[in-house]
Design a protein around this ligand. Structure first.
Ligand SMILES: Cc1ncc(COP(=O)(O)O)c(C=O)c1O
Length: 482
């Protein structure tokens, strides 16, 4: 890690890379932004990217590639079977995770599908620190259930707990005892726990989870999609690991697990995914599903160019200078918002900044999707596209009732190596303005509600003309500014 101090009292995160390919951005006038969000049914997933200034929807598949990744893509060995590109990727994963077997998939949720098909049965329960939308959907479609073993402070918005993603060990043990070992399919730990604000687990906690798994003979499955952030936080926040290299921390994490799966749209700055497996018997149990749903075992739905990029990207993940950039920008943004009294999830996590909609727009009831309304308002205020992570991202219960989410968050993702600090400053400025106008924002109701993963393509409408009123206020305050 390079330690660079400023001569003046400036204290900003400093990038250890430069930008050599750029993409022109547009910022529509505020009135056009209102039209766009209406056309998108107040769902930021349905906005056209050309109408977005800062795309903070996700870090998935939109991280910036390095020169080395781009160069490696030209050396890809295009073969259906036995490509050397695949062997390079498999060897890199084996070197980092010390697991012999690798099953490629086209992205993270495909890996989840294969794992659920191979390792879960109807009526079984998957214990986890916290759920992720697509993993939960796959388990449910297998007739399995989930049980989140997380201490209450994991879902407290404001906290000093450096490891809010930790599993509650007592609860995990109690669940295994009360449900019976045979009714648990596997234990899943998610690195950089997405839905609670990109919060990490500690190595100590993972080791204890591993001990429980060994005691009961349960497989420990790691979702490593957000591993890069978790590695950085362990290095920064866990005393035992402060002098360890990122590679050593990676090996210690992997050593606890039986299976490691990931979305390479997040881990490895590319696109794709896969499953690393320790035991041959488990590999054999899963590989037929890969051949059936993803492709042959040496590409699994990925292009060879992407596989080359992942191999390099995984190596770059071992470079603290690269992986610190995104969490440091997030911390910078979180600190600036906290200073102005704006409710955000603390401590700063990975992936993005998470505005707490339950406080930001406390006048909107959860049944009117406050985080979704805030996402729409944020787009209107600055052409900034975030993602609702709250009740709307949940699925209805089988009886049609609405399970209210533990947290109502607007996630503003900071894809890795993509934005500049002045763009982050712009986002802070528009959020500060929006906070002053928060009473103008109202709730939303469904126009079209899909049954599965409704947050992706559902359409909503406002109860009144609050979007137009917000735009009018913008004109008053900003004049002819975009
Ligand atoms: C923690 C986690 N797991 C799995 C996935 C699914 O990955 P993909 O989008 O590549 O299907 C994601 C994607 O956002 C994620 O954040």
């Amino acid at each position: 890690m390079s330690k660079i101090k400023f001569y003046t009292d400036l204290n900003v995160p400093l990038e250890m890379h430069k930008v050599r390919i750029v993409q022109k951005l547009e910022l529509l006038p505020v009135e056009a932004r209102v039209r766009s969000i209406r056309e998108a049914g107040f769902n930021t997933f349905l906005l056209q990217n050309k109408d977005v200034y800062l795309d903070m929807l996700t870090d998935s598949g939109v991280n910036a590639m390095s020169d080395k990744q781009q160069a490696a893509m030209f050396t890809a060995d295009d073969a259906y079977a036995g490509s050397t590109t695949f062997t390079r990727l498999q060897k890199k994963l084996e070197e980092l995770f010390k697991m012999k077997y690798f099953l490629p998939t086209h992205q993270g949720r495909a890996a989840e599908n294969i794992i659920c098909l191979g390792l879960s049965n109807e009526g079984q329960c998957c214990l986890m620190n916290y759920h992720f939308t697509t993993m939960k959907a796959h388990l449910v479609s297998q007739g399995a259930t989930i049980c989140e073993c997380m201490a209450p402070e994991g879902i407290e918005v404001r906290s000093n707990n450096p490891f809010k993603g930790n599993a509650d060990l007592k609860m995990m043990r109690e669940e295994i005892e009360s449900q019976g070992r045979e009714n648990i399919c596997f234990v899943r730990m998610e690195a950089g726990t997405n839905l609670i604000g990109g919060q990490p687990f500690s190595l100590a906690n993972l080791r204890s989870v591993r001990d429980i798994c060994v005691e009961y003979g349960l497989p420990l499955v790691l979702d490593a999609s957000l591993l890069a952030d978790n590695l950085f936080f362990i290095k920064r926040r866990e005393e035992e690991c402060k002098d360890w290299s990122i590679r050593e921390i990676t090996a210690a994490i992997a050593d606890c697990c039986d299976v490691i799966y990931f979305s390479a749209r997040k881990l490895g700055f590319a696109r794709g995914g896969g499953i690393c497996v320790r035991e041959e018997s488990m590999y054999r149990a899963l590989r037929g599903h890969v051949a059936m749903y993803e492709g042959f075992l040496t590409y699994g739905g990925m292009s060879v160019r992407e596989m080359e990029a992942i191999t390099i990207g995984l190596e770059e993940t071992m470079d603290e200078d690269y992986i610190r950039q995104s969490p440091e920008f997030i911390e910078y943004m979180v600190n600036a918002l906290v200073k102005r009294g704006i409710p955000v999830v603390t401590p700063a996590g990975g992936l993005g900044v998470h505005l707490n909609a339950m406080e930001f727009v406390e006048h909107i009831p959860q049944t009117q999707y406050p985080a979704c309304a805030l996402a729409a308002a944020c787009y209107i205020s600055g052409g900034i596209r975030g993602m609702e992570r709250g009740t709307l991202s949940e699925q209805r219960n089988p009886d049609g009732s609405e399970p209210l989410a533990n947290m109502e968050l607007l996630r503003l993702a900071l894809p890795r190596r993509v934005f500049t600090l002045s763009q982050v400053e712009y986002a802070i400025d528009r959020i500060v303005w929006l906070y002053d106008q928060r009473k103008k924002i109202s709730g939303l109701r469904w126009v079209e509600e899909p049954e599965i993963l409704r947050f992706f393509f559902g359409r909503l409408e406002p109860f009144n003309d609050w979007p137009e009123e917000l735009a009018e206020q913008f004109r008053k305050d900003f004049g002819d500014s975009l």
